[in-house]
Design a binder for this molecule. Sequence first.
Ligand code: NAD
Length: 415
Amino acid sequence: MDKGLKRKIIETGRRLGLPQKTVKSLLEHKAEFEFEVCLDRTKQCFKAYRIQHNSSLGPHKGGIRFHPSVSKSEVATLATLMTLKTAAIGLPLGGGKGGIAVDPRTLSKEDLEELSRNYARFIAPYIGEDKDIPAPDVNTDSSVMDWMLDEYQKATKSQTKAAFTGKSINNGGSRGRSEATGLGGYYVLERILENRNEKFPKTVAIQGLGNVGYHFAELIASNKKYKLIAVSDSVGGVYSITEKNLDPKKVMDAKLAGRSVVDFAKKNQDTKLVSNEELLTLDVDVLILAALSDAITEKNMKQCRAKYIVELANNPVSDKAHDYLTKNKVVVVPDIIANAGGVTVSYFEWLQNRQNQIWGKQKVYKKLKKYLVNATDEIHDIVSSQGISYKDAAYEVAIARIARNDGSGEQGIGK
Ligand code: NAD
């Protein structure tokens, strides 16, 4: 597990006055499955993992990613973050994560399906709607979940659709899931700015115009209180010289027609190119991190000029950078609430499948907003009363909730 995450859990446990046993249980995971998945056609084999971290509040919940850098320690860190995320939002779920160390771009569609099915067949005995419910993550999508669910149903001879979330709509997926993480991040940011009586308009830069970043960008660009002045992807960034709102759809169209958001700058004279590093240090009110972990570390933290940094990716601000920035009055909106929209709508999908219901988009949005606004307010109250960072407050809310359910009870919590 990531050292910074470990330290934060220990510090939080100490602040809450929790018994060592409870803290220790969060530093370890409950179960791990490390195996190989192979392809019949090419005979290639890949390392694969599923880690179940904690289930004090409910079944394990967390995505499966396909990426060459997937390792046991990365999966363990992400599984722990899932436990904290579901607890911070108040969902009756625990944390888990899985992955295969593979670059899916090197696979044909048939190989991708075979790999997904083989992975699901291996983990089938250990997961299920009441045990562990996987979902999509980096490089996995609703098709992968549909294949995995089908394989799971065959292996366990069950009919349930609630064993996986993030499925296609026709196969029991929830409306609103694809935009849920961006939308959730927007609700959280709006609430924090409101709670802090911030004045508008706010200039915004977004690192990572992918699924999450794009949906967030659409909301920002459609709200007159904000100005979206820069966006980037893995190739580079584009900046609006006149500080006029960038239109995310037009930027995305240019990206899809070419290869990157930088193609937009080539045809628009009131924009210029910025490097990925420059985008992170722009003088904006709000910087959105929606790409990868460790975007801001000791290397570039001193150059950051944003007043608010929103962690839409997992762990994009390193531990040391977080402490430096918050000491310098930068508000870092932590990943465990900022990007919790996805798992919250996954929870709604699980509920709909179990209750044989289909909810409309507006119902999903309304319930998502309620969960995230309540969680943000709870965390904001701790920030105000204790003068600690939003990350520390979010960890307090999450860990206290787990501890209460873990047998250490209210008395175990020193405050
Ligand atoms: P995605 O692959 O659709 O988008 C990621 C974007 O980041 C891409 O546009 C990519 O080009 C860009 N990028 C990569 N490296 C970059 C760099 N160095 N500088 C600038 N841009 C860069 O992925 P996504 O689904 O949008 O997820 C984004 C992040 O949010 C991931 O870290 C993911 O783990 C996290 N997250 C996603 C969800 C979800 O529901 N999709 C939920 C929680 C957390």
